[in-house]
Design a protein around this ligand. Structure first.
Ligand code: 9G3
Length: 580
């Protein structure tokens, strides 16, 4: 059947001739595109923007996207996962069962049907897969099972940016594993980890698997697959010992306790020293001898967190410690009310309201440091924990930075780089299976709640990440595995019978051998054709020019830029070799 279907729908020739092909390349860089992959996807005619964070894929972009999708599919299928396709139009009842209908406020696209029943456009499908397993798997003998889909997701991002890297509609592969117990989940999770490594290797992505925060998903741990890139939104901390974590999660080791004698606490007049720089300037000291106090609003409570003056607060660690859903810096009014002073003089001593005071473990190791005096234009010097104030909790609340000691090996210094998250795998636990009563009968005929993992890959984001990592000043440099076409056959002058005829013959021979070739039969100057071929980034190019009569063509590799003159047969053989 398959063969005759292929014959039945023989590819019409038009499909690969550029004179008829929709590949609208652009000379100029679109203003709104800030990063190279976004610029190149627009300029090479791969996609067009429909609205903010909403894109249409043109033929070249769709071919490459489908290749990325098929690599993901092959990786999942080869690791025993089973593909489904769920609806993207989801009734609110499922999200109400898990309590997420309210939680995901503005991000969720919500709509009503003609009977004014509430639906959403699916942002993720934990509830839907759990419901499917609940209704269709009843015995432990049917476990373990990992189900997945490749499907369009919708999230109303506040600030869509970077093309399809952060868009409001995107294609995700989301998978969900169901096991009887933790050991089963560990096995399913490790299996997915291996699948992800094989998938990203096949796409020729240079990635790191990093320990990550599980955020609202909870569960017992997660890892992100990060593609190294200077435009990545995430910061990764890594060590030569192999430790690797998202900055959100990376642990910071406590400072070594300062053994100096405690000096007397002393209030000092610090007029107009609101910022650390001004304070450092006026006290002729460094930020390291200062402990700043930041006031946050966590859900409906105010909280103070203290850090050494030169450190940044890690809001993910703070939010997780407090178990808060919402966390933001307190308003100026809140700060004035709780400190009794204008912003910039907050400290742990003399707060006007009893609020929780958290201290980063580095502050707990400091002696005789400067703190705000909760009074306009005043600070205290020589403050010491234990004598002058007692924090309610000492923990890790700061961002790791380059040069910090690695929390794992305790010897080497941490380095950081930026990355784009292309995958995220979670050990979810029983959050959804409990909420939705998803159980199977065990050996003893007793109901047993299943334990889940969930695993995401940003398929459309991978396409952009591949371009971020595989492009140069002339355009995209596609890896062969995801290139929209393998080779462009370019006659220099289409009006020259010999060149056109030979080019067409080469193109037909390549197609007949299963090579994905395009023929640039446009009546354009050869310079334009070469620029387009480099911009679109076909991995190989065969140019048919003056030496066509002698049966000599030029073979060019996009990546290395190597060019050589070959006989037609040698050129065709080289293409076949490179494609396989
Ligand atoms: C929502 C909205 C936005 C969301 C979510 C739900 C992120 C949401 C986390 C995940 C976790 C995993 C399965 C595949 C891998 C990732 N943004 N997340 O759950 F309703 Cl509006 O999606 N889901």
């Amino acid at each position: 059947m398959a063969i005759c279907v292929a014959n039945y729908f023989r590819k019409v020739d038009i499909q690969m001739k550029l004179s008829k092909y929709l590949a609208p390349t652009l000379r100029d860089v679109p203003a709104e595109a800030e990063i190279s992959s976004h610029q190149l996807m627009l300029r090479a005619g791969l996609m067009r923007k429909l609205a903010s964070g909403v894109y249409s894929y043109l033929p070249l972009g769709l071919r490459a996207l489908k290749k990325v999708e098929n690599i993901v599919r092959a990786g999942m299928d080869s690791h025993g996962a089973q593909e489904l396709l769920m609806s993207a139009l989801l009734p609110k009842e499922y999200y109400e069962q898990s309590g997420r209908w309210e939680v995901f406020g503005e991000d969720m696209f919500r709509l009503k049907d003609r009977g004014s029943r509430d639906f959403c456009l699916g942002p993720t499908h934990e509830e839907i897969f759990t419901d499917t397993v609940k209704n269709n798997i009843h015995s432990y003998k049917q476990l373990p099972v990992t189900l997945y889909q490749i499907q369009t997701k919708y999230r109303d991002e506040r600030r869509p940016r970077f093309g399809v890297i952060r868009s409001r509609e995107f294609i995700m592969k989301d998978a969900y594993s169901f096991d009887r117990d933790q050991a089963g989940l560990d096995a399913s999770y490790d299996n997915m980890y291996k699948a992800y490594c094989s998938i990203f290797d096949a796409m020729e992505l240079d990635y790191l698997a990093v320990d990550a925060d599980s955020g609202a998903m909870g569960g017992s741990g997660s890892q992100e697959f990060m593609v190294k890139s200077d435009i990545g939104e995430d910061t990764i901390a890594y060590c030569t010992c192999g430790y690797c974590a998202n900055e959100e999660k990376a642990q910071c080791v406590a400072g070594t306790p300062d053994t100096a004698e405690m000096k007397a606490l002393n209030k000092i007049h610090t007029p107009n020293s609101r910022t650390i720089d001004e304070l450092v300037e006026s006290l002729n000291t460094t930020a390291k001898s200062f402990a700043k106090t930041l006031i946050y609003r966590a859900d409906d409570k105010l909280v103070a967190v203290m850090l050494r003056g030169d450190r940044e607060v890690n809001e993910t660690k703070l939010k997780n410690h407090l178990g808060a859903l919402e966390l933001e810096l307190a308003s100026a009014d809140d700060v004035v009310r709780v400190t009794g002073a204008p912003v910039g003089f907050a400290g742990p001593v003399g707060l006007k309201e009893k609020i929780t005071v958290l201290a980063d473990n580095e502050v707990a190791a400091m002696k005789n440091f400067v703190i705000g005096a909760n009074e306009g234009d005043y600070h205290f010097e020589n403050a010491n924990i234990g004598r002058d104030f007692e924090p309610d909790f000492v923990g890790d609340f700061r961002n790791i930075t380059e040069g910090d000691i690695c929390p794992v090996c305790g010897k080497a210094e941490i380095k950081t780089c930026r990355g784009i998250e292309v995958g995220h795998i979670f050990k979810l636990g029983t959050k959804y299976t409990e909420a939705m009563n998803c159980t199977v009968l065990n050996e003893n005929g007793k109901d047993q709640t299943l334990i889940m993992g969930c695993y995401g890959i940003g398929v459309s984001r991978c396409l952009a990440a591949i371009i971020e990592q595989h492009s140069d000043e002339n355009g995209i440099v596609w890896p062969m595995s995801v290139a929209p076409y393998h080779v462009a056959v370019v006659p220099v002058n289409v009006k020259d019978e010999t060149q056109s005829k030979l080019a067409e013959e080469i193109y037909n021979e390549l197609i007949s051998k299963g090579v994905e070739a395009v023929l640039d039969d446009r009546d354009e100057r050869v310079g334009v054709k070469f620029k387009d071929a480099d911009l679109i980034g076909y991995p190989l190019r065969i140019t048919v020019g003056k030496k066509a009569a002698e049966g000599i063509v030029e073979y060019k590799e996009r990546k290395s830029g190597d060019m050589q003159e070959l006989t037609v047969d040698d050129a065709v053989a080289k293409v076949l070799d490179a494609v396989r």
